[in-house]
Design a protein around this ligand. Sequence first.
Ligand code: SAH
Length: 220
Amino acid sequence: MTEWDDQRHEMVARQIAGRGVSDERVLEAMREVPRHLFVGRGMEQSAYSDHALPIGEGQTISQPYMVAVMTEALSLTGAEKVLEIGTGSGYQTAVLAGLADRVFSVERIEPLARRARELIDELGIHNVSVRVGDGTIGWKEFEPYDRIIVTAGSPEVPQSLLEQLADPGILVIPVGPASIQQLTIIDKRDGVVAERRAGGCTFVPLLGREGWGPEREGIY
Ligand code: SAH
């Protein structure tokens, strides 16, 4: 094993399994994906530490523990079509790609989407599509999605995402004011939508038509 592999195994043992994430497939995926390639330039040495890190364009790669919690909440078996909003570095995308059948990911900042695409290609991952655009309105072309994950904080659950969620389906999204959100897990089954909260979290804002749109700018 290389030094990076050691650090990654240690990260999973201490920060993730050690804090109660138990889905073995999630743990294994996070032992596999080389997180140090996804962090901002010069940040490699901190890649396996317990926090979010800058990736450029004012955005961040999420804390490893948060990636694990959100991924576990999706209950992926390998057969699912997943929509991800907020590609960012592409790290969460790569984790999802190893656990689902197909991943569609939307990012509003073009240089981030391009870099993520390159990295995903370099890693030989072939079940990911990345698009530049406003993910608050989903990705209509390929709906419905068995799972949807939003990795930016939203004032409320975008209606378009609820509509593009399959039945049965699970949607995971941080909801609430800019300063702190609640990780919200939405379960759609037999036409009924149930919602539960899984704790506080802080994400960069989801900017767009059904997120923090221009009409809400004053709140920021
Ligand atoms: N999952 C990412 C986290 C990136 S941070 C990672 O592991 O690196 C959240 C990302 O959401 C940022 O890149 C930001 O540009 C993006 N974002 C914010 N609003 C968006 C929107 N409406 N549509 C798509 N992406 C959005």
